[in-house]
Design a protein around this ligand. Structure first.
Ligand code: ZN
Length: 521
């Protein structure tokens, strides 16, 4: 009854509107968030979820940055269909060639080149004059255009660039073949009215501006990334660059879910909309937070756990009489599950596969098989299995790829005022080895020290957290660790109904990530 009611309301307020291109950069700019680096399987999983959600353009990485980035862009370009796949390049021939090498098998490809234009960047970083910047940007857009028809150019630090010069660069790069010109607020410096002014200036003063889509790329340093993006749309921008959960370095990027829901909820004002299936917002947000280990704050707009919670009695009373009294959006519209279906021991493979799909995962047959086996083991330990349990099992499987060491068993003896005694058995390449130590401050510290000794990697533990995946005494404990090695941050994650075991496996997972990177270098 309620659902019927919303659909009618929604249909009547959604007037015919301008299409706003949603350009997701979770895998490129979002990944630059400390500790958010992802492996290939994780990136593929997110890319599939973005396609399923209806994102127009996926920026999959920066191919020349590392072999891992190149491989991720190439694999996503090869196998992920339905969205344009974009790769980033600096204004250098080698970058552009490498980007195309990674993108060439995509169904639809875009090369994104950037060159800074602000006086600070020109003088201190590039050591180039205005003329040289224009000349370089034009040459690079032309080179990229020889490879593919869809070219985006970004004047980095655009919001701190002199308006006259910004207009000149934009005009020249459009004339050279750029089909999208993106205005990055690289340092999160703009305010909404400032941003609106920049977009209006470009529309009024650049004679060939209608030959390209104006895009906006905002950072959240002053908490205005979403507001700035919306003002840009109002002033005529046709593309918004954003990330799931607003992931990104420092204070993050413009949050995809907030911009999409603002355009949808206030379609009466913006007369602009996106292709995003909004019911996929919450599952995709959870997927990204599970994969990166970066939790979403409870009061985060749209996807936070409390985003739709009404506590005040007067609100609850109003809500019961009619939901629109206090609710501008409905939880189901953004994908909060209508019911958290509980599975159990007798649930079949098909029910489990269905649930995983509804949660946003795209799994292969083999992955579903492995999941089902683990599900049965868990169902023996725990009566009711919730979505979060299934998510935890899947994440564990995706994370487990390329594990050099695995935990066979552990034994810790400890107590108050007693130095723990630990015996750890690890498995590596068909062989088992045992480490025995008398060390540490408590059982978890002892296990971490033993793992360091067994693997030969020494790390600094930056963060360690345990939380229960679901409710009840038999709930699985999820452990997240962040460790630092050689100046880089690595994440580890594991779940188990035994939280000491989960800690050991999470720590080992982080060590395996370091080992995987060390093997490449
Ligand atoms: Zn950025």
């Amino acid at each position: 009854m309620h659902i019927q009611d919303t659909n009618t309301v929604t249909a009547s307020i959604q007037s015919p509107s301008r299409h706003i291109v949603i350009f997701d950069t979770t895998l490129r700019d979002g990944e630059q968030s400390p500790g958010a680096s992802m492996n290939l399987a994780e990136k593929m999983e997110i890319a599939e979820a973005l396609v399923a959600m209806g994102v127009d353009v996926i920026e999959a990485g920066f191919p020349i940055a590392s072999p891992g980035d190149f491989e991720a862009v190439r694999e996503i370009a090869r196998s992920v269909k339905g969205s344009t796949i974009c790769g980033l390049a600096r204004c250098r021939d080698a970058d552009i060639d490498r980007a195309w090498e990674a993108l060439k098998h995509a169904q639809r490809a875009r090369i994104h080149v950037f060159l800074a234009t602000s006086p600070i960047h020109r003088e201190h970083k590039l050591k180039m004059s205005q003329d040289e910047v224009v000349e370089h940007a034009v040459a690079c857009v032309k080179r990229a255009r020889n490879y593919c028809p869809d070219i985006e150019y970004s004047p980095e630090d655009a919001t701190r660039t002199e308006p006259d010069f910004l207009c000149r660069v934009v005009e020249a790069t459009i004339a050279a073949g750029a089909t999208t010109v993106n205005i990055p607020d690289t340092v999160g410096y703009a305010t909404p009215s400032h941003m609106g002014e920049i977009i209006r200036t470009l529309r009024n003063r650049v004679p060939n501006i209608d030959k390209a889509v104006i895009s906006i790329h905002c950072h959240n340093d002053l908490g205005m990334a979403v507001a700035n993006s919306l003002t840009a749309v109002e002033a005529g921008a046709g593309q918004v660059e954003c990330t799931i959960n607003g992931l990104g370095e420092r204070a993050g990027n413009c949050s995809l879910e907030e911009v999409v829901m603002a355009l949808r909820t206030r379609n009466d004002y913006y007369h602009a909309g996106t292709r995003v299936q909004t019911q996929r917002l919450v599952p995709t947000s959870r997927l990204v937070s599970n994969i990166t280990g970066i939790q979403v704050q409870r009061n985060k707009a749209i996807v936070g756990q409390n985003a739709f919670a009404h506590e005040a009695g007067i609100h609850q009373d109003g809500m019961l009489k009619h939901h629109t009294t206090y609710e501008i959006m409905r939880p189901v519209d953004v994908g909060f599950a209508i019911s958290d279906l509980v599975l159990g021991k007798h649930s079949g493979r098909a029910a489990l596969a269905d649930r995983a799909k509804a949660m946003g995962y795209t799994l292969t047959r083999e992955q579903v098989d492995t999941l089902f086996e683990q599900f049965k083991v868990l169902a023996d330990k725990k009566k009711e299995i919730y979505d979060a349990d299934i998510g935890a099992l899947i994440e564990q499987q995706i994370h487990a790829i390329s594990e050099k060491w695995t935990l066979e068993s552990y034994k810790v003896t400890c107590g108050t005022g007693q130095v723990p005694e630990v015996e750890l058995r690890l498995h590596r390449g068909g062989e088992s080895s045992t480490v025995t130590m008398h060390c540490g401050d408590g059982p978890i510290d002892a296990i971490f020290l033993a793992i360091e000794k067994a693997t030969g990697f020494t790390v600094v533990c930056k963060d360690f957290s345990v939380h229960s995946v679901t409710v009840g005494k038999d709930a699985q404990g999820e452990v997240l660790v962040q460790v630092e090695h050689d100046g880089q941050v690595y994440r580890g994650r594991a779940v188990s109904t035994d939280s000491v075991e989960a800690s050991a496996r999470a720590f080992l997972n982080a060590i395996n990530r370091i080992a995987a990177v060390s093997a490449v270098v």
